[in-house]
Design a protein around this ligand. Structure first.
Ligand code: SF4
Length: 364
């Protein structure tokens, strides 16, 4: 889309201010709106803050898989469940950097490194810090998800150049005890506080379709929207039931309910990147299009999402083309809530070329 066409999609109105005092009743009332009205409102909020034709692209690599002592009921990486996931050791920095380079060349602007730990040991931090430094040197934004962090660990990762830290609240406070028993909701909040205090941007969301009620989904969204600062990125995962886990036989969430969750997340956290994450592989193109219409503006891109599948990059490229979407321009170091700096630099040209197949001036 041309610059003129793209700019015309943003109405000349002052963006509504972000609120941090949403009540449970207000959130539930939004979820209860007639579907078309809810999507319309979410789309209007989306346009106040972002170009609705742009989607931010992240790639996620599992740098240490399986063998996790935690008991998250949905997770095939927990050592408590018999799944097909084999535990691995921490990858070498060299291998991680090679995968990050591939991700960048395939169009990603952010590279997330995930390790299946309850929390990293202090001796792990220098190894992860080395990965962060080298991935950042490729011109990528960096993100890590390593479990619970102390304040000093968060500061060390920030010093290495980490941009984002992912730590999900997973679900509503009142449903949390049904899903995880080995750490508390407050533990999650404490790690998020350490992350914010270290000056890292937060990536925080959860999983829907784990058997929770609509009211509990309201509780989950309210908990996110009333954090001291809205997460910069809000991954909304749809449960991927994995054989061997406690949630293997959970019935699928109504797809419209998933879209409602996306739409309300957009309304509550208007400046955040709302990300379609796990579960995207099992979504039709039409469902993904509805999610983008309802305010989702970020995806994980690549063929593997930790241990579950993800749509292949060629399919995503075709979907972007069919929907007239384009990769969001993200300048490394820019505020996460800034939809773009307007410069024609390497990050956008590379990403755009990789997704759309267009020619680029940028050298890899
Ligand atoms: S979700 Fe994370 S903390 Fe929970 S079992 Fe899986 S890897 Fe461990």
């Amino acid at each position: 889309m041309s610059a003129v066409g793209s700019a015309a999609l943003r109405p000349p109105v002052a963006p509504s201010p972000a609120r941090h005092d949403w009540t449970r009743e207000e959130v539930l009332a939004l979820l209860d709106l007639p579907f078309t009205e809810l999507v319309f409102r979410a789309a209007a909020v989306h346009r106040e803050h972002f170009d609705p034709t742009e989607v931010q692209i992240s790639t996620l690599l599992s740098v240490k898989t399986g063998g996790c002592p935690e008991d998250c009921a949905y997770c095939p990486q927990s050592s408590r469940y018999h799944t097909e996931v084999d535990a691995t050791k921490l990858m070498s920095t060299e291998d991680v950097v090679a995968r990050a380079r591939q991700a960048r060349d395939a169009g990603a602007s952010r590279f997330c490194m995930g390790a299946a730990w309850r929390s990293p040991k202090d001796r792990d931090i220098p190894k992860v810090a080395a990965m962060i430094r080298e991935v950042k040197a490729l011109g990528l934004e960096t993100c890590a998800t390593l479990g619970m962090l102390t304040d000093t660990q968060a500061q060390a990762l920030k010093a290495a150049g980490l941009d984002y830290y992912n730590h999900n609240i997973d679900t509503a406070p009142e449903y949390y005890g049904e899903i995880i028993h080995t750490r508390t909701f407050q533990d999650r909040l404490d790690t998020l506080e350490h992350v914010r205090d270290a000056g890292l941007k937060t990536c925080c969301g959860g999983i829907v379709g784990m058997g929770e009620t609509r009211e509990q989904r309201a509780g989950f969204l309210q908990a996110l929207a009333t954090l001291p600062a809205h997460p910069d990125s809000v991954p909304i995962n749809r449960l991927v039931p994995v054989a061997g886990t406690l949630l293997a036989d959970t019935p699928e969430l109504d797809p419209f309910e998933f879209v409602r969750t996306i739409a309300v997340a957009r309304i509550l956290m208007p400046r955040s990147m709302v990300r379609l994450s796990a579960g995207r592989e099992s979504m039709s193109d039409e469902l993904q299009a509805l999610c983008f219409t309802a305010g989702a503006n970020s995806i994980f891109y690549g063929d593997k999402l930790l241990t579950t599948g993800n749509p292949d990059t060629e399919h995503d490229r075709r979907l972007f083309e069919r929907l007239g979407l384009q990769p969001m321009h993200v300048q490394v170091g820019a505020p996460a809530t800034d939809p773009g700096c307007g410069e024609d630099c390497q990050c956008v040209a590379t990403a755009h070329a990789a997704i759309t197949g267009a020619a680029t001036h940028a050298a890899a």
